[in-house]
Ligand binder design. Structure first.
Ligand SMILES: [Zn+2]
Length: 70
């Protein structure tokens, strides 16, 4: 019986056949540093109006990404 060993990226759960590949995948994921800003829709728009519909996050490499509720 052959034993097959796989390695999984801790961040995206992609599986690899070597530890080196999984470690390399983990190093590609940028980690969030802080929330730069956020905004809300008017109260009458969505059921989720108590939560921001747009959040801008700064990542460890200085890039700022915007996340929107669909
Ligand atoms: Zn990954």
């Amino acid at each position: 019986m052959a034993v097959i060993k796989n390695y999984s990226c801790e961040f995206c759960s992609t599986t690899f056949n070597s530890e080196e590949k999984a470690t390399k995948c983990e190093t590609t994921h940028r980690k969030p540093l802080k929330i730069c800003s956020f905004s809300y829709q008017p109260k009458s728009f969505f059921q989720t109006q108590n939560y921001p519909n747009i959040v801008r996050i700064e990542f460890e490499d200085g890039i700022i990404q915007s996340y929107h509720i669909l």
